[in-house]
Design a protein around this ligand. Structure first.
Ligand SMILES: Nc1ncnc2c1ncn2[C@@H]1O[C@H](COP(=O)(O)OP(=O)(O)OP(=O)(O)O)[C@@H](O)[C@H]1O
Ligand SMILES: [Mg+2]
Length: 588
């Protein structure tokens, strides 16, 4: 990468900064003709960028960007598909993550190269929009860029390649819509389950994929809501996912209600409350402490007792206030003073403290209660009611189960893996599965996986390319080959011969076998609808869109101007340590 050049102008030397492509001329004395800037008029050099900044342009910039993006795609390839491997990632604090989830791997990798970061964005978009298919999207984007580089070497201009890729992506989306298989999930949940199984087949939890898929499908069918136009909508956040180490994934349960990972605060409080009236309080049930250091001098011992009595009375008032509303359970987002706990217990009221904000919101919806942030506002109509609140021992810990909610859409999946890391990966896999089921409920159309769909799209694109005159044809062919890389990667990761598999897949798709793919479990090229490997159309549509957009964005760049690293002042002794400068792109 070359350092930004110094240009010379005849009369005065001053620094000029480029900000968002605009030249800012700083403290220039006299009039200066901008057009004269790049010319070497001799004389004193003018610094155009801040010291330490760097710039690369043209072919060099393209090569650097494409290589970085390809490296990112390459790095997650081995985690793709049911036979993919997992990655062990260690963060700055030494925390360990074991995963094969594309988005998580890229998030944890802490990537710095600006173009490579764009591929991380692809994974994020894919995850937010479709919930699954993040690895596929990054692999296809990387392949598109790799093939574009070969075309650039053959003197194809990047804009021609982008145009060809755009045409190819539009055509692929058109074919995808045409061949997708619609179904009615109200008649049979078979496709929903098979799709959830496919999504979990490539994860650490694959051993329990059938059992966990049943749970996920059941949970989402409970929380889906019919719209006025007859369609259904689902919010995956309506399904609460809790995890507790112990037992095994096969003991994961679906709870009709909300499970809060907190125990009842006082041993004297009832651990089981039927027909519970719950007060949701977002205020501390303690005496306010002043924000500044303060001191009270009490000279008469009689006054000490009066002072303590007054403090106790204030806490007692809080309990009276709660009790007067008829509440028999308190769920508090903040702390509860020991004295308040004691008084609550005496009145037979159970309480949970420091509940998560997200739990409070879910509870408010589930039990039909209102979160009160000022205790004096609490009244009986703010209480929510449920059939049962019970503290249960799960593993070594206690959790509180709130069951029989007013709103039947209150559902919790309680994951029970043997280790914390397994639980974390199970939660991520569960999230992917929940998202694919949501995608299907909202748009009930599936396609067959195992690279069947990618091969079918590739064949259609190759046929389409024949009808396109001009250089875009080469780019359309390259797009088709990039899609074929899914079949190659699946086979390679399963230890199969990718060349044999690819040629068989090509010839069978040529013969019109739309859903032929590679079943990596048996190693046989066959009709994937018979194997039952299905995926939602939403996931594949998003893969094509995000891979194309990322490739186009990166190919369009021919100039990279990176400012220098900001130096932070050294950390004060004993302080938390400087955060270090933001890693300048000039350092990648
Ligand atoms: N039995 C199978 N045989 C062949 N391919 C399969 C089988 N089961 C699933 N697949 C394929 O595995 C791929 C999914 O793999 P994986 O879940 O690792 O990647 P992803 O969904 O793209 O990314 P991520 O799950 O990390 O967001 C899909 O293309 C799917 O069709
Ligand atoms: Mg997946």
């Amino acid at each position: 990468m070359s350092c930004f050049s110094r240009c010379h102008i005849g009369f005065v030397a001053r620094k000029i900064y480029i900000v968002n492509g605009v030249l800012l001329l700083l403290a220039l004395r006299g009039l200066l003709d901008l057009s004269s800037l790049p010319t070497q008029a001799g004389g004193v050099p003018v610094l155009v960028l801040k010291e330490g900044a760097s710039r690369s342009r043209g072919r060099e910039a393209q090569h650097s960007n494409i290589t970085a993006a390809k490296v990112v795609a390459e790095s997650i390839k081995s985690a793709f598909g049911p036979k993919g491997m997992d990655k062990l990632l260690v963060d700055n604090f030494g925390d360990i993550t074991v995963t094969s989830d594309g988005r998580t791997i890229l998030d944890e990798m802490d990537i710095q190269h600006p173009a490579a970061k764009m591929l991380v964005e692809v994974a994020k978009t894919q995850d937010n929009e479709a919930g699954d298919g993040t690895t596929s999207a990054v692999i296809v984007a990387g392949e598109l860029l790799g093939r574009a580089e070969a075309l650039i070497d053959k003197n194809l201009h990047p804009t021609v390649i982008i145009d060809g890729y755009r045409q190819a992506s539009e055509k692929a989306l058109e074919v995808l819509e045409k061949i997708a298989l619609p179904f009615d999930f109200l008649k049979s949940a078979e496709f929903l389950k098979k799709t959830a199984v496919t999504s979990m087949a490539s994860k650490l939890v694959a051993e329990y994929k059938e059992y966990l898929s049943d749970i996920v499908v059941k949970a989402l069918l409970e929380v889906m809501e019919k719209q006025s136009d007859g369609s259904y909508r689902v919010d995956v956040d309506d399904v609460k996912v809790e995890k507790k180490t112990g037992e095994s994934l096969g003991d994961t349960k679906l709870v009709n209600g909300i499970v809060v990972d907190k125990e009842i605060v006082h041993s004297g409080m009832p651990k089981r409350v039927e027909n519970a009236k719950i007060a949701l309080i977002d205020a501390s049930l303690e005496n306010d402490k002043p924000e500044f250091d303060s001191k009270i001098n009490i000279e008469d011992p009689v006054n000490i007792a009066a002072f303590l009595k007054q403090e106790e009375d204030m806490l007692c008032d809080m309990v009276e206030k709660i009790s007067a509303t008829g509440a028999n359970v308190v769920i508090c987002q903040k702390g509860i003073d020991d004295m308040v706990q004691h008084f609550l217990a005496k009145k037979g009221i159970s309480a949970i403290r420091r509940a998560k904000k997200s739990d409070m919101e879910k509870l408010a919806r589930a039990i039909g209660g209102k979160i009160i942030s000022n205790l004096s506002d609490l009244s009986s109509k703010d209480l929510g009611s449920v059939a049962l609140v019970e503290e249960r021992k799960i593993g070594d810990d206690k959790m509180t189960f709130i069951e029989g909610c007013k709103n039947p859409k209150a559902i919790t999946i309680l994951i029970r893996g043997g280790t914390e890391r397994l639980n974390n990966e199970a939660e991520r896999s569960m999230h992917d599965a929940l998202c694919v089921i949501r995608d299907l409920i909202q748009e009930p159309k599936v396609i067959a996986g195992g690279s069947a769909i990618e091969m079918e799209l590739a064949i259609s694109l190759k046929k389409h390319a024949q009808t396109v005159s001009g250089r875009e044809q080469l780019a359309i062919m390259a797009f088709a080959e990039a899609l074929e890389s899914i079949a190659i990667t699946l086979s390679e990761n399963a230890g199969l011969d990718p060349i044999d598999i690819l040629s068989e897949l090509r010839s069978r798709h040529e013969k019109g076998e739309t859903w032929t793919g590679i079943d990596v479990n048996s190693g046989i090229v066959q009709d994937m609808t018979k194997v039952g490997v299905y995926e939602p159309i939403v996931v594949k549509r998003q893969i094509i869109k995000s891979a194309y957009e990322a490739a186009a964005l990166i190919l369009k760049i021919d100039d990279v101007i990176a400012s220098s690293k900001n130096k932070m002042p050294p950390a004060p002794p004993g302080g938390m340590g400087g955060m270090g400068g933001y890693p300048g792109a000039g350092e990648y």
